[in-house]
Design a binder for this molecule. Structure first.
Ligand code: NAD
Length: 293
């Protein structure tokens, strides 16, 4: 099938590769030309712009940073809806605010475009091996129709409810990940300050109740002082911002999320916003004047 793909960043590139591996014909666009060139060198075709891509593709996937990017790429001047044919399917796989996703779905419906949201979890490694978790929101029949495409990129693929439910699920995911990263960093620093090697602590506890996918992925990065993203602190700030706003809107306070948000904000102010979110360890290194590595 011909699939248009917009947003060829850390996640978009491996997702495009997996779709091509399954025999799909990919038409791609990104505002950063080297990203487009890389995908073209691997077998995709470049579209001149978003409108040209939308005019020719019956299925369009977007993988963009945040709500304003998705709103402008889909609903803005020269956006997807300026040229998409009636019946086109838009799968927005970006992590955005649930209310923004509902706004985009409404604008799509007015043009006869069917929209499914499918934010993902698992980071770059799972995007590469095609086993991401995908949390979908939208019409259930549309979800079932899109499943064969989603299966090229994901392992656990769940229909969570109407549009907004997928991004709400993603926010819940980001709360768990953020608080878990902070707990791992806090625990490793405690061990280091008390004279126990964090490597030993990791080896000893990872198989017990304290162990987690987050600890397995991010613990070694803290111990090796590896801050290469992965998932950037600035993107996690974006997600926690969306979570806090949503929580306030529905009357569900998020005290732990708010605490971790301030840690991330401190690191952003220190110029570390483009580091992997495991660099949250640097917050504890700042507090103690010691290092985990
Ligand atoms: P990224 O910043 O690496 O990529 C975003 C891409 O969108 C960039 O290539 C950028 O040039 C492009 N872009 C921005 N505005 C555009 C526009 N107007 N038109 C066309 N292209 C445009 O981000 P990423 O890490 O790939 O994340 C993408 C989404 O996936 C985000 O919502 C993020 O929260 C989510 N996500 C990321 C990870 C991860 O580990 N990186 C994991 C799960 C979910």
């Amino acid at each position: 099938m011909k699939i248009g793909f917009i947003g060829l960043g850390i996640m978009g590139k491996p997702m495009v590769r997996n779709l091509m591996k399954h025999g799909h014909e990919l038409v791609v666009f990104d505002v950063v030309k080297p990203n487009v060139d890389m995908m073209v060198s691997e077998g995709a075709r470049a579209a001149e712009n978003t409108a040209a891509l939308a005019a020719e593709c019956p299925v369009i996937i977007t993988m963009l940073p945040n709500s304003p990017h998705v709103k402008s790429v889909v609903c803005g001047e020269g956006g997807v809806l300026s040229t998409a044919k009636k019946g086109t399917i838009l799968i927005d796989m970006s992590s955005i605010a649930p209310l923004a996703s509902q706004d985009v779905a409404k604008a799509c419906a007015e043009k006869g475009v069917r929209m499914l949201e499918g934010p993902v979890s698992g980071g770059e490694p799972k995007a590469i091996d095609g086993t991401m978790s995908i949390m979908c929101g939208g019409d259930e029949d549309l979800f079932n129709e899109c499943l064969p495409i989603l299966q090229c990129m994901g392992g656990d693929i769940t229909w969570c409810g109407a549009v907004g439910a997928g991004n709400t699920t993603k926010l819940a995911n980001q709360v768990v990940v953020a608080v878990n990263i902070a707990a791992v960093a806090e625990a490793f620093m405690l061990a280091k300050r008390a004279g126990v090697d964090p490597n030993r602590v990791f080896a000893a506890i990872k198989g017990g109740l304290a162990g987690s996918t987050v600890m397995n992925a991010k613990g070694p990065m803290m111990i090796e002082n590896n801050t290469k993203p992965g998932f950037k602190i600035d993107l996690h700030i974006k997600d926690l911002n969306n979570a806090l706003e949503t929580g306030h809107g529905v009357g569900s306070p998020l005290p732990l999320t708010a605490a971790v948000m301030e840690m991330f904000q401190t690191l952003h102010a220190d110029g570390l916003g483009q580091c992997d979110h495991s660099a949250l360890a640097k917050y504890y290194e700042k507090l103690t004047g010691d290092t985990i590595y």
